[in-house]
Design a protein around this ligand. Structure first.
Ligand SMILES: Nc1ncnc2c1ncn2[C@@H]1O[C@H](COP(=O)(O)OP(=O)(O)OP(=O)(O)O)[C@@H](O)[C@H]1O
Length: 508
């Protein structure tokens, strides 16, 4: 496999639906893209993969006209991209559906689709026309959503479909999906892939960004790998084995992750975390389990299983209707995240954008946000202690940042997730609760993070991993599966993957 600065010229007659040619982008001293090329052909689904910080999101912002390249250019169907200010022209060529919604929750689906657009019959909005047009649009693309639904009530899956339909209504036939499966469960992912295939036959081309390489193999025809701001290769996925793909991403040959043998935690130790008949009406009922010091327990289940809600109740971001949470034998009396933190619970939330980080603050400040409460009578955290904590976190978690003082919003998505980890671990918690801990994290960083979780457990922390990712669950001593708000099955280490997946989908 030879490395090239850009893909080779293509001999097919039709120009690519989207193309980046010799694109360079700098942020201060950081070279985010170094003369990269990308050529996406109509009718193909193209994957863009690379380690955290490789430059994928930067290229997306250039391909969608949100940022201009410093050098190089973008073309659509062989034509130069429009001027940056001409938003309508960009919208008619390309759209990106982000993990983070661009839908306005307060508005209905119809309003989200059509508000602010010309051509709905004069200045006064004709609601009936708007709804009819919205219905027609969603019918054309088979999106099963009532146009009167308030957008906030949409599931992630339906929200993504509405965003895709909206992009198509502007005329775009090239759509970038940025980690579209990150918040979906197994059955929703299957449905999404079905929709992608249908839309493809209707003339839509996708650029698919994902850290899940299996998904790349399942849904994509071509793959482009970026590494350290450079284009490494473009190839049909069928021609590239998984080990080769990982080697291209990491620049070295690497073994795929395997479960690492761990000491079994002491079965007689008193539980560090104990749930007693924990209930939140409408979400989950009578959930009871224990996690011992040094034990790793997985909590899995599909979208409506209640597993995330249980975890968020343990960490105090939801209030239980009944039942209790005990940490090291002490019942949590008040709810709220501060009480949970003070009781010794560390937490990696599901969504780092909403709950994880303060974007305006530095890496160091974010990583130590949880700590001052622990310093008791001395009040403020000493600079030295803080610096040591931060340095250890940056090294231990392999956070790619220019310096501890760098703004966290300047880090790539995967590196932001590592800062969230640092914050959760900074208090040396007795109980660590992780929700989808490796979302948005590249293969190699995933290994680093999972090793950190293992080490944390080995040092005596009780770990609860809430995830449906087999890789996340691999090190767990047991996995509890929830279905429709109830604990259904428990699997001891050594489970059969297919059996576990079937159980998570409610089929066991
Ligand atoms: N606004 C910014 N200011 C400074 N540096 C930035 C900014 N945005 C991105 N970068 C840097 O550019 C590089 C590429 O980041 P980018 O977000 O494109 O990576 P990525 O491949 O999307 O990573 P991930 O998979 O983690 O999301 C990183 O080193 C990142 O820190």
């Amino acid at each position: 496999m030879t490395e090239t600065a850009a893909p080779e010229p293509d001999s097919s007659a039709e120009p690519p639906i989207a193309e980046a040619i010799g694109v360079t982008k700098r942020f201060g001293r950081t070279l985010a893209l170094d003369r990269v090329g990308l050529r996406v052909h109509a009718g193909r689904t193209h994957a863009l993969v690379g380690r955290n910080g490789a430059g994928k999101s930067t290229l997306v912002s250039i391909l969608t006209g949100l940022a201009p390249p410093d050098e190089g250019e973008v073309r659509f169907r062989g034509q130069r991209a429009p001027a940056i200010a001409d938003r309508d022209a960009w919208r008619s060529r390309v759209a990106c559906v982000y993990q983070h919604s661009t839908i306005i929750p307060e508005l209905s689906v119809a309003e989200n689709l059509f508000i602010g657009r010309q051509g709905l019959g004069g200045r006064i909005i004709n609601w009936r026309t708007m709804r009819a047009r919205a219905r027609e649009l969603l019918d054309t693309w088979s999106v099963p959503v009532d146009v009167r639904t308030p957008a906030r009530e949409l599931s992630v899956e339906h929200r993504q479909l509405v965003e895709i339909a909206r992009s198509l209504s502007y005329g775009a036939r090239f759509i970038i999906l940025d980690e579209p499966t990150a918040q979906l469960d197994g059955t929703a992912i299957k449905r999404l892939f079905g929709r992608i295939r249908d839309l493809q036959t209707q003339g839509v081309t996708f650029l698919f960004i994902s850290h899940h390489l299996d998904e790349t193999y399942e849904i994509c025809s071509d793959v482009t790998v970026f590494r350290d701001a450079r284009h490494v290769l473009t190839a049909p996925v069928a021609d590239l084995g998984k080990t080769e793909l990982i080697a291209a991403m990491t620049g070295e040959s690497t073994e795929l992750a395997r479960a690492v043998p761990r000491e079994r935690p002491d079965p007689t130790a008193a539980p560090a975390l104990r749930l007693e008949k924990l209930t939140r009406t409408g979400e989950f009922a009578d959930v009871e389990f224990e996690v011992r010091p040094g034990e790793m327990v997985g909590l899995a289940g599909g979208g409506s299983s209640g597993r995330v809600e249980v975890a968020e109740t343990i960490v105090g971001s939801r209030r239980a209707t009944a039942g209790s949470v005990l940490v090291s034998g002490v019942r949590l009396r008040s709810s709220g995240t501060h009480a949970a933190l003070a009781a010794g619970i560390g937490f990696v939330p599901r969504d780092r954008h909403d709950e994880g980080l303060v974007p305006a603050m530095s890496v160091a400040d974010n990583a130590t946000l949880t700590v001052p409460q622990r310093l008791g009578r001395f009040g403020l955290l000493s600079r030295r202690t803080r610096d040591t904590l931060v340095r250890n976190a940056i090294e231990g978690l392999d956070i790619k940042a220019d310096s501890p003082g760098q703004g966290v919003s300047e880090l790539s998505g995967g590196n932001q997730q590592k800062v969230v980890f640092a914050r959760a671990l900074a208090t040396d918690p007795a109980v660590l609760v992780l929700i989808t801990p490796t979302a948005g994290v590249d293969v190699r960083s995933k290994q680093t993070l999972l090793a950190v979780v293992r080490d944390t457990a080995d040092r005596g922390t009780a770990v609860l991993v809430v995830s449906d990712e087999l890789d996340d669950l691999r090190d767990c001593d047991r996995v509890l599966v929830m279905v429709q708000g109830q604990l259904r099955t428990e699997y001891e280490k050594g489970w059969d993957d297919r059996e576990l997946v079937a159980a998570m989908e409610g089929m066991a």
